[in-house]
Design a protein around this ligand. Structure first.
Ligand code: PGA
Length: 249
């Protein structure tokens, strides 16, 4: 059975006091679903968040990392630094990183390799832009993003990989892919994996949907057979909304 996962991507929100407050609120919520729950606070608050939540069922994860182990990369954080404070999972390839920080298939390949070399789990994000969808190119774009950054990996690497389909036109816009659009793409993604690695691998990989998931649409999206959870931005900044999504399974 594939894992169900709901991960909150806090992006560049919440200073230390706000992080502590939101975590306090999250701990008051009760989980009625089997979904694994993760939150990704900013780098500056990871240590505190991890210390507070390490005995809980909420995993604290990172939003990004550099591909090098260490060295002259001012402003960057490595996989081993994250591991050294207890962080086991990292989001890579978010569309905001691709758009604003020039992350490419090449740099993401290096990040994927560095995370796996450090025995980390990866939430690997990808998705098409609005023009790609309008021109009917969404499967080609998504297929290439997956192949270019992941298809050099061995089968065994996929036990540490979670995929997150996030159509760029649905992120932070209030516009969601319809549950059918999400299912169609997730099915395509799983088939792309099956064609390369076989169904033992593809059936075990969790594929999350991200893009304006809210308490009022989560149940329908999560009800689709190839949707194994969500990567939640805006709605993860409110504990009740986030847990309403977690409990939508
Ligand atoms: P959103 O963000 O839920 O605010 O659309 C999703 C994401 O960027 O992961």
């Amino acid at each position: 059975m594939r894992k169900k996962i709901v991960a909150g991507n806090w992006k560049m929100n919440n200073d230390l006091a706000q992080t502590e407050r939101l975590i306090t609120d999250l701990r008051k919520q009760s989980k009625t679903s089997k979904a694994e729950v993760m939150i990704a606070p900013a780098f500056t608050n990871l240590w505190q968040a991890y210390q507070t939540l390490k005995e809980s069922s909420i995993e604290v994860i990172a939003q990004n990392m550099h591909f090098a182990e260490n060295g002259a990369y001012t402003g960057e954080v490595s996989a081993s630094m994250l591991k050294s404070i207890g962080i086991q999972t990292v989001i890579l390839g978010h569309s905001e990183r691709r758009a604003y920080y020039n992350e490419t298939d090449e740099s993401l390949t290096k990040k994927v390799d560095a995370a796996l070399a450090n025995d980390m789990r990866i939430i690997f994000c990808f998705g098409e832009e609005l023009e790609d969808r309008k021109s009917g190119n969404e499967e080609k774009i998504v297929g290439d993003q997956i192949k270019n950054a992941l298809f050099h990996l061995k089968d065994s690497a996929f036990k540490n990989i979670i995929l997150a389909y996030e159509p760029v036109w649905a992120i932070g816009t209030g516009e969601t892919a319809s549950p059918e659009q999400a299912q169609d793409m997730h099915k395509f993604i799983r088939k792309t994996l099956t064609d390369e690695y076989g169904s033992d691998v593809s059936d075990a990989v969790s594929i999350l949907y991200g893009g304006s998931v809210k308490p009022n649409n989560a149940k329908e999206i999560f009800g689709k057979p190839d949707v194994d959870g969500g990567l939640i931005g805006g709605a993860s900044l409110n504990a009740e909304d986030f847990f309403a999504i977690v409990n939508a399974f």
